[in-house]
Design a binder for this molecule. Structure first.
Ligand code: HEM
Ligand code: HEM
Length: 186
C-alpha cells in the first residue's frame, strides 16, 4: 500500500519550486536589462521573494517536525543519497536568503519586507565583503539549481521507469485519487 505526504508539506513543496524559479529568473533577467531603475526594482522583488522562501522553509521545518514522515522499511544507498540531496536543498534554502540579507546590508542597503524594514543591522557597510558574499550567494544558487535538477530527474525516474508512487505522493490529493497519507494532515 502506498502513502502520501501531509497536505501542507505538499503545498509548501510546490510553492517553493515556483518561488525559487521566479527568484532565480528575476536575478538573471537583471543581467540583460540596461535600465538602472528597472534593475533596482527587479532586485527589490528578488529580495522579497527570497525572504518569502526563507519564511516558507522555516514553516516547512515546523510542519515536518509536527508531522515526521514514517521511516522507510528498508534504507538503501539510493535512499541515503536522496536524503542527502533533500538536506542539501533545505540547507541552501536557508543559507541563500541569509547570505543575500548580509550581502545587502554590507552593501549599505536596508532589507525590507513589503516596504517595512524588518531586520536590525547584522553587518556593517563593507562593499568588498558584500561582493564576496554575492559570489558565495551565486555559487550557492547554482548548487541549489543542480540539486533541484538531480532531484527532479530522480522523481521522474521513479514515476516513468520504476513506475512507483513516489511522485504521486507529492501531488495534491485530486491528482492522486485515493492514495492514503504518509503523515496526518494538519
Ligand atoms: C525548488 C525546487 C525543489 C525543492 C527545493 C525540493 C525539495 C524537496 C525536499 C526537501 C523534499 C523532501 C520532503 C521532506 O521530506 O520534507 C522533496 C520531496 C520530493 N520532491 Fe522535491 N523539491 C523541488 C522540486 C521538485 C520537482 C521539480 C519535483 C518533480 C519533478 C519534485 C519531486 C519530489 C518528490 C516526488 C518528493 C517525495 C520524495 C519521497 O517521498 O521520498 N521536487 N523535495
Ligand atoms: C532561495 C532564495 C534565493 C535565491 C535562489 C537567490 C538566487 C540569486 C541568484 C541566482 C543571483 C544572481 C547571481 C549572479 O549574478 O551570478 C542572486 C543575486 C543576488 N541576490 Fe539572491 N537569491 C535568493 C535570496 C536572496 C535574498 C533573500 C536576498 C536579500 C534580501 C538576495 C540578494 C541578492 C543580491 C544582493 C544579489 C546580487 C545582485 C547583483 O549585484 O547583481 N537574494 N540571487
Amino acid at each position: 500500500m502506498s502513502t502520501r505526504h501531509a497536505r501542507p508539506i505538499i503545498w509548501l513543496h510546490w510553492v517553493t519550486l515556483i518561488a525559487v524559479l521566479s527568484t532565480v529568473a528575476l536575478a538573471l533577467l537583471r543581467e540583460v536589462i540596461e535600465s538602472h531603475a528597472l534593475r533596482t526594482d527587479l532586485l527589490t522583488v528578488h529580495r522579497q521573494l527570497g525572504l518569502v522562501i526563507l519564511i516558507g522553509t522555516v514553516t516547512r521545518f515546523l510542519v515536518r517536525w509536527r508531522n515526521p514522515p514514517k521511516a522507510h522499511p528498508s534504507v538503501t544507498v539510493t535512499h541515503r543519497f536522496a536524503a542527502m540531496t533533500h538536506s542539501l536543498m533545505y540547507g541552501l534554502l536557508l543559507a541563500l536568503p541569509v547570505i543575500g540579507v548580509l550581502a545587502t546590508q554590507a552593501h549599505g542597503t536596508t532589507v525590507t519586507l513589503f516596504g517595512a524594514p524588518i531586520l536590525p543591522t547584522l553587518i556593517e557597510r563593507n562593499r568588498d565583503f558584500s561582493e564576496q558574499l554575492v559570489t558565495w550567494h551565486s555559487w550557492g544558487a547554482w548548487t541549489l539549481l543542480a540539486a533541484i535538477g538531480l532531484h527532479a530527474a530522480a522523481a521522474l525516474w521513479h514515476h516513468y521507469v520504476r513506475r512507483d508512487d513516489t511522485l504521486l505522493q507529492m501531488l495534491p490529493p485530486r491528482r492522486r485519487g485515493s492514495t492514503p497519507m504518509l503523515t496526518p494532515d494538519v
